[in-house]
Write a new protein. Structure first.
Lengths: 213, 384
């Protein structure tokens, strides 16, 4: 990445609220792989509160060092290149939190996640949010919001999508959406669960629990 | 190069002697063999806090104390002690001289024994059988059993030490709670073998080598061994580190005279070579470099490194250094991917440094913090 910012915008710097929502989806004693695990806050949380066997992959070397120094099983690697080496169904859950939009091949990453995991938990910032639409529609420029706050020429988010787009991809790939919710910027549940269209307009982030069909 | 080098002084090493035969990969059985070793810290009553530290090619068992031969500090003294990553308040550290070594364990310098284990009054020399890294590990297992330890909390090592750590995890998974292979590989590349061969050729070309029977007239192939060390030493450093340390600096002069100029890097390598021959046996050097060349853990498991670790419950921490070109990060990543394929619990960090392969022995605070944290996490999980 040629700019001086951290390579990926949405790495888990600490136990964010949406991580708590993710943790609620994981059953006790589960085996978990967290892709883009940052310093391992979710891994530590799942290990201590759920007794999970939780492992991580992280691209930022300093974060990996921090996680390993805290006794967590984290490897330096990335979603695009390292998932292929895991065996089928090695994990109960494979988690990709706020990273899907930044990987090179989102469709392939999802396939790998559902190959190596029984279930995939995916969260991503929703490009269909009304502020994004408003800015692009009225200003005619790439949106700059709280969630999408990096200029187009330096954003690591190369594959933005909307909640409806993501539903379409799941249908295309034959994935079963077991749970989904729209989340506001603070990671709190937003009340748009009955209507995908409303969620797509008002949800700043989305959280999906998928399994193979 | 000094015209004659005093043979190195006899030192009494702490040893465990075994009279049950040790069957080697080459088919030879060593009827009687010895492991020279040192320990640091205290073994707890349950014998669950033992950490085996494996040394590199030219290392020895003097991990964290003044080396009786060289008078220098232990090779990993910087990270051993109370509160250090290898915490002697918590762990019982064991460090053994490898099979084939020259610091008291059975090897070319030690007295040759016959099939009954009777001493023959002469050193093994080149009659010492070709050993493998797996043989080294098998011998260490004898020591661990003798100490009454059924499971090691961890096996830790860099370079050849890392190969031993991997081999421990592959051979005795139930006896290894955690494994830390550092700056290492699961096999030698063609380039690794090539550099080793240059070293061996230098030793063989020294007239004092005398077909390996140099011990007969008290000589040592100092010239050849010294060149072997010089070549190897270059592979332990990075171009950047050499440049930073020496550049084109001259010894005792500012500019080239084209007469007796000596570059600083020349003088450094000569020093490295000349001190090495006072502490290392040439036949041991041949034996151990061959063992590292023979290593191919995947080949030992039907061509699949993942199969070597199938079903393992061992926790791994693989560490590499960005400027290490002897065992580059790609080799570590290869190990990590095989461990992932085996669904093993693995951590992996490539530490950024310009110090090359040697970084694992030097002051690398991030590496030390990760190592200490990983071991502490393992100790907590193992209930130590």
């Amino acid at each position: 990445m040629p700019d001086t910012h951290a390579p990926i915008q949405y790495v888990a710097k600490n136990m964010r609220l949406d991580l708590r929502l993710i943790a609620e989806m994981v059953w006790p004693g589960a085996t978990v792989l967290d892709i883009g695990c940052g310093d391992g806050a979710l891994l530590a949380h799942l290990t201590t509160t759920k007794g999970a066997d939780a492992r991580g992959i992280e691209i930022d070397m300093a974060e990996v060092t921090e996680a390993v120094a805290n006794g967590l099983a984290v490897i330096h690697g990335d979603a695009d290149n390292d998932l292929a080496f895991y065996p089928d169904a090695a994990f109960d859950f494979v988690i990709l939190s706020r990273t899907l939009q930044a990987v090179e091949k989102p469709r392939e990453v999802l396939r790998q996640m559902l190959r190596i995991g029984q279930r995939a938990i995916v969260s991503f910032p929703n490009f269909g949010h009304w502020q994004v639409r408003w800015q692009l529609g009225t200003g005619g420029r790439m949106p700059m919001t709280g969630t999408w706050h990096r200029a187009w020429f330096e954003t690591p988010n190369i594959h933005p999508c909307t909640i409806r787009d993501f539903f379409d991809l799941c249908a295309l790939e034959g994935y079963v959406v077991e749970q989904w919710l729209a989340v506001d910027e603070n990671g709190l549940r937003a009340p748009w669960r009955r209507s995908v269209r409303l969620a797509n307009l008002f949800g700043e982030q989305a959280l999906f629990l998928l399994r193979r069909g | 190069m000094p015209a004659s080098v005093a043979p190195f002084p006899q030192v009494d090493h702490q040893r465990a002697v075994f009279t049950a035969g040790l069957a080697l990969d080459c088919g030879v059985v060593l009827a009687r063999h010895a492991v020279a070793y040192r320990t640091y810290g205290t073994l707890n009553a349950a014998k669950t806090n033992a950490v085996l530290v494996c040394h590199a090619l030219t290392g020895d068992q003097y991990l964290a104390e003044t080396n009786p031969l060289t008078g220098k500090p232990g090779w990993w003294q910087n990270i051993v002690g109370p509160g250090k990553p290898l915490d002697t308040d918590r762990y019982f550290l064991i460090c053994a001289n490898v099979l084939g070594g020259c610091m008291g364990s059975t090897g070319p310098r030690e007295e040759m024994t016959d099939a009954e284990g009777q001493g023959l009054g002469r050193p093994w020399g080149t009659d010492f059988p070709n050993v493998t890294v797996r043989d080294m590990v098998r011998q260490q297992k004898c020591l661990i059993d003798r100490l009454g330890i059924t499971r090691l909390l961890a096996v830790v090592g860099g370079s050849l030490g890392g190969m031993q750590a991997l081999q421990w995890a592959a051979c005795y998974p139930e006896a290894v709670f955690a494994c830390v292979p550092i700056a290492t590989a699961a096999h030698h590349s063609a380039q690794n073998i090539a550099f080793d061969e240059v070293g061996r050729a230098a030793i063989h070309a020294d007239p004092d080598y005398n077909n390996g029977r140099y011990w007969e007239d008290g000589r040592i192939p100092a010239q050849g061994l010294s060149v072997a060390r010089m070549v190897a030493h270059i592979t332990y450093l990075s171009e950047e580190a050499l440049q930073r340390k020496f550049g084109r600096k001259l010894r005792g002069a500012q500019t080239l005279t084209l007469l007796e100029d000596v570059f600083e890097v020349q003088s450094y390598l000569r020093y490295q070579g000349s001190t090495f021959v006072r502490r290392f046996d040439a036949n041991s050097y041949l034996t151990i470099t061959r063992a590292t060349d023979y290593l191919d853990i995947a080949a030992e498991h039907g061509g699949s490194l993942a199969r070597a670790f199938a079903g393992t419950a061992t926790r791994f921490f693989v560490a590499s250094f960005s400027s290490d070109w002897l065992y580059p990060t790609s080799e570590s990543r290869h190990i990590v991917r095989a461990l992932n394929t085996a669904a093993a619990n693995v951590s992996f960090v490539e530490f950024p440094t310009d110090k090359g392969h040697d970084a694992f022995l030097l002051e690398e605070p991030e590496f030390h913090r990760a190592l200490g944290g990983f071991l502490a996490g393992c100790a907590a999980r193992a209930g130590v």
